[in-house]
Ligand binder design. Structure first.
Ligand code: NAD
Length: 261
């Protein structure tokens, strides 16, 4: 178990990629703080399973990450309970698909707040705590959309390019501290976030469900299959290893060759 004694916050971990990351961290002995929305009984069952797998306390924090004050409380609560965090994964995110002239302003503000600004607020809150321990791993789930664009995703592409920029900047600021800062950029991963954008993309482009899956989503992904949450989680775990101590400021693509084109 390589994360025994470590404490990790994974935002947006009641589902999809974040849940897969929380599970691999717990399987390696980390005390994990999960976060996100969902059915309370299902979240409690997951929290208990993470605790059992880790042999260390697992916590659930319901913070709405569009609220900077709630993010402060998330960091403080983890610190008071565990002494950490040693690891954070800025992962919570939503999507909205629309041409820019029809893009609702409230959806734009939500995507920027959750997918980008929340990562900045949580990183800012935990850096002093990690510096005091002279070790840290700051990870963010970016996206292939941190490197390239697709139409009708202006807010999402802006937010993910912002994550890539923050990663490089903060990595340089912390380069001599024992804290690494990296982001992971998956292509399309089969999770509720992708499933939920199919109806909007059908509407925006006048396509059937099958056409959206094959001609839009997987069109850019040369492997012609969805990335799995577990493949992303394996990268997150690797970046937490001691051997990954020289990897900082990196944007790790897991996109089936999408951005190689
Ligand atoms: P998902 O919908 O399965 O999970 C999103 C998580 O965020 C859930 O736990 C949800 O409850 C949580 N969440 C939503 N709003 C929140 C809020 N206001 N405060 C706190 N938590 C909130 O999605 P996913 O596909 O697992 O996405 C996770 C991350 O991966 C996102 O940042 C997403 O942009 C990124 N990503 C996903 C894909 C993909 O194809 N699925 C590809 C590249 C990047």
């Amino acid at each position: 178990m390589i994360l025994t004694g470590k404490s990790a916050i994974v935002t947006g971990s009641t589902s999809g990629i974040g849940l897969a990351i929380a599970r691999v961290f717990a399987a390696e002995g980390a005390s994990v703080t999960i976060n996100g929305f969902g059915d309370p009984a299902a979240i409690e069952a997951e929290r208990a399973a993470l605790e059992a797998a880790a042999g260390a306390p697992a916590r659930y924090d319901p913070a709405d990450l569009t609220d900077p004050a709630a993010i402060e409380r998330l960091a403080r609560g983890c610190h008071e309970a565990t002494g950490g965090p040693d690891i954070i994964v800025n992962n919570a995110g939503v999507q909205h698909v629309s041409p820019i002239e029809d893009f609702p302003a409230d959806q734009y503000e939500k995507i920027i707040a959750l997918n980008m600004s929340a990562a900045w607020y949580l990183t800012r809150a935990v850096v002093p705590l990690m510096k005091a321990r002279k070790w840290g791993r700051i990870l963010s789930t970016a996206s292939a959309h941190s490197l390239v664009a697709s139409p009708n995703k202006s807010a999402y592409v802006m937010a993910k390019h912002g994550i890539a920029g923050m990663t490089k900047t903060v990595a340089l600021e912390l380069a001599t501290t024992g804290i690494t800062v990296n982001c992971i950029s998956p292509g399309y991963v089969w999770t509720p976030l992708v499933e939920n954008q199919i109806p909007d993309t059908m509407k925006a482009r006048g396509l059937t469900r099958e056409q959206v899956m094959n001609d839009v989503l997987l069109a850019a992904q040369p492997t012609k299959r969805f990335v799995t949450p577990e493949e992303v989680a394996a990268m997150a775990l690797f970046l937490c290893r001691e051997e990954a101590g020289s990897i900082t400021g990196s944007n790790m693509s897991i996109d089936g060759g999408w951005t190689a084109q």
